[in-house]
Design a protein around this ligand. Structure first.
Ligand code: HEC
Ligand code: HEC
Length: 258
């Protein structure tokens, strides 16, 4: 019993070593991540604020609080800014029903700065990380199902867009990248609903993105495409072929009756 494992000195040494290791590990992690990111984002936020005052505040207010020409941006989050500015919707061109998609006028660094600044105004959805946008494990069949139940009523079964009531348009998704598809879902631009992670979990979003990318490649995930023009073509097909067959039968019966 000379060197008992429960000896107070042994216990103290073990605790001391454990605490020391944790401290060193923490210091290493801390110094490798924290100071750098805070430094970068500090200047980024300042840059973003300057760009915001110059290009956005006329409609959104000097502190993003909103004016009669544009909504408040407090709490919309970085994802909404990245989406709106990278698709060229923002800066808006004036009062209108729906800001049109156009060529982005800010570069990537400027967009990141604007997004970082608006994110400081209030908590909101962040720009999705590469990990969230990784669709390699996504289920295509599930994506198709989810797309048809959640998105097709506005964007069309083929994702090529469609008109909405009151003059709005759900745009074609044929040139949207994974990041903007994700950002549209979490920010819900204009008439589009927000698909939060509780209504549509991350894996479901990834499945939808994978499915849209499949549509973009022009592959038919199932069935005969018939040009993928939707119910009109399919209806026309039934009319032409179906009526043709009926007519042929009628003529045949008529011929036999003579
Ligand atoms: C001419 C006025 C105008 C200017 C300038 C403008 N916006 Fe907007 N912005 C609007 C209007 C109006 C809306 C709402 C439009 C809509 O819903 O389609 C809007 C919507 C937005 C949204 C979406 C808000 C949400 O609820 O998700 C963001 C983000 C945004 N603007 C960012 C910016 C940024 C960043 C700039 C500067 C680069 C900018 N805007 C410049 C008028 C403007
Ligand atoms: C109620 C109709 C509606 C539904 C449902 C809807 N959207 Fe949208 N979506 C819109 C509208 C309207 C816009 C255009 C917003 C704007 O111009 O500011 C849009 C824009 C988008 C964009 C941006 C495209 C571009 O031009 O940059 C993407 C991507 C998108 N939607 C994906 C989806 C996905 C994925 C779903 C299903 C999970 C979905 N939407 C469901 C109405 C809808």
């Amino acid at each position: 019993m000379a060197l008992s494992r429960r000896h107070p000195a042994v216990l103290a040494t073990v605790i001391g070593v454990a605490l020391g290791t944790m401290g060193i590990a923490y210091a290493a992690v801390d110094s490798s991540t924290k100071p750098k990111t805070t430094l970068v984002s500090q200047t980024q936020v300042e840059e973003g604020k300057a760009l915001f005052i110059e290009g956005c505040s006329s409609c959104h207010g000097l502190a993003g609080q909103g004016t009669s020409d544009g909504p408040s941006l407090i709490g919309v989050g970085a994802a909404s800014v990245d989406f709106q500015v990278s698709t060229g919707r923002m800066p808006g061109v004036g009062p209108g029903i729906q800001a049109p998609k156009k060529k982005a006028i800010y570069n990537e660094t400027e967009i990141a700065a604007l997004a970082a600044y608006v994110a400081t105004l209030g908590p909101g959805p962040a720009i999705p990380t590469a990990e969230l946008l990784d669709t390699s494990g996504a289920e295509l069949a599930l994506g198709g199902e989810l797309f048809r139940t959640n998105c097709a009523q506005c964007h069309g079964v083929s994702g090529r867009g469609g008109a909405l009531s009151e003059g709005g348009v759900a745009p074609s998704l044929m040139d949207s990248d994974a990041k903007n598809i994700y950002q549209a879902m979490i920010s819900g631009p204009q008439n589009m609903p927000v698909f939060s992670d509780t209504t549509l979990p991350v894996e479901d979003k990834q499945a939808i993105i994978a499915y849209i990318e499949q549509l973009q490649k022009g592959e038919n995930p199932g069935g005969n495409g018939l040009g993928r023009l939707g119910p009109v073509t399919e209806g026309l097909f039934i009319w032409v072929v179906g009526l043709g067959a009926l007519l042929a039968v009628a003529i045949w019966i008529g011929a036999k009756a003579k």
